[in-house]
Each structure stands twice: as structure tokens, then as C-alpha cells.
Design a protein around this ligand. Structure first.
Ligand code: S3P
Length: 173
């Protein structure tokens, strides 16, 4: 197993947990959205606004191809990266796929004060978040483990992942 890939909806803690997990494992942390931004030289909001979501998805797939050739990586994917079947195949290769979940209510609270996520710019509500969670459920469920992060700290979630890794692969940590 070469990589740990974190999947999940926006606000489930992929980037914060990924960064901490990478530190703990002495792996490199890669944030897929950051890769896309660097490659495009634009913010995610600007990519959506100027070129539309399909273009963003192409850039996201290209970035995923690039990072999925690396080893000793913890990768935080964007919330929609798992929708594409080819992306899901790539994510699963030589990797432990950890899906982070959270209740819609908690996601709303975590994302209440931010405005960098184009898919939530037209008003955030528990209902709209729940609708997207339901629509994506099958894609998020395509993981080796799922961790409900509701009410948990980054540290607690990181320790949960490490415990799972120890159980599954005595050698990784
Ligand atoms: C998206 C999630 C975002 C980002 C883009 C689209 C999605 O990433 O990739 O705004 O479709 O859920 P985060 O999950 O890191 O916020």
C-alpha cells in the first residue's frame, strides 16, 4: 500500500486530518484542490466561474493521475473527485481509501463562515447539503473504511485512522 486517500464531502475534515495524519506517518501530504490551483494558476472559485465545473473536473482528474503515481503519500481529495468512475479506480490502486463522513448539520456549521466553495455559494442549508450527500452516497461508500467525524477532533480522527492502519497493516506505522 503506497498511499492513504481521504475522500468525503466538503467540511468532513479531509485536509486537516490528512495533514496531521501525514505528519504522524512521516508521509507527504497532498491536497488535490491545492494541486489543481497550482496547475491552473487560479483559485477553485475562479476556475468554476471562468471555465465551468466540467473543466474543473478535467483538471481534477489530471491532478489525480499525477499524484497517484507517488508513494508514502496522504492525499486529501476534493469532495466531488469520487464521482468519476476512472477517478475512483485510480484512488483505490495501491491505497487505503478512508471516507470521512459527518452529519449535514455539522457540515453546515463547519462551513458556515467560508465562501471559497463554488458549489455552496448559492446558499447553504441542511437540506441542500443532505441532498448532495444522498446523491453521492454510493461514491463515498466505495471506500475501505468510513469514519463518522461528527463531534470528533482532528486528533481523534487521526488516531482512529492510525489504529485502523495498525490493525490492517502492522508494518505501516
Ligand atoms: C467540491 C469540493 C471542493 C472542491 C470543489 C468541488 C465538491 O473540495 O474540489 O469546490 O464537488 O464537493 P473540498 O471537499 O476540499 O472542499
Amino acid at each position: 500500500m503506497k498511499r492513504i486517500v481521504l475522500t468525503g464531502y466538503m467540511g468532513t475534515g479531509k485536509s486537516s486530518v490528512g495533514r496531521r495524519l501525514a505528519q504522524r506517518l512521516r508521509y507527504r501530504f497532498v491536497d488535490l484542490d491545492e494541486e489543481v490551483k497550482t496547475d491552473a494558476g487560479l483559485s477553485i472559485s475562479d476556475i468554476f466561474a471562468q471555465f465551468g465545473e466540467p473543466h474543473f473536473r478535467r483538471l481534477e482528474s489530471a491532478a489525480l493521475h499525477k499524484v497517484c503515481s507517488g508513494e508514502r503519500l496522504v492525499i486529501a481529495t476534493g469532495g466531488g473527485a469520487v464521482i468519476d468512475e476512472e477517478n475512483r479506480k485510480l484512488i483505490r490502486q495501491d491505497a487505503l481509501v478512508v471516507n470521512l463522513t459527518a452529519d449535514a448539520r455539522e457540515i453546515l456549521a463547519r462551513l458556515a463562515d467560508e465562501n471559497v466553495r463554488p458549489l455552496l455559494k448559492n446558499g447553504k442549508s441542511i437540506d441542500s447539503i443532505q441532498t448532495m450527500l444522498d446523491a453521492r452516497e454510493a461514491f463515498y461508500a466505495d471506500a475501505d473504511v468510513r469514519i463518522n467525524t461528527t463531534g470528533k477532533s482532528v486528533e481523534e480522527i487521526t488516531e482512529t485512522v492510525i489504529a485502523i492502519l495498525k490493525e490492517q497493516q502492522g508494518s505501516i506505522v
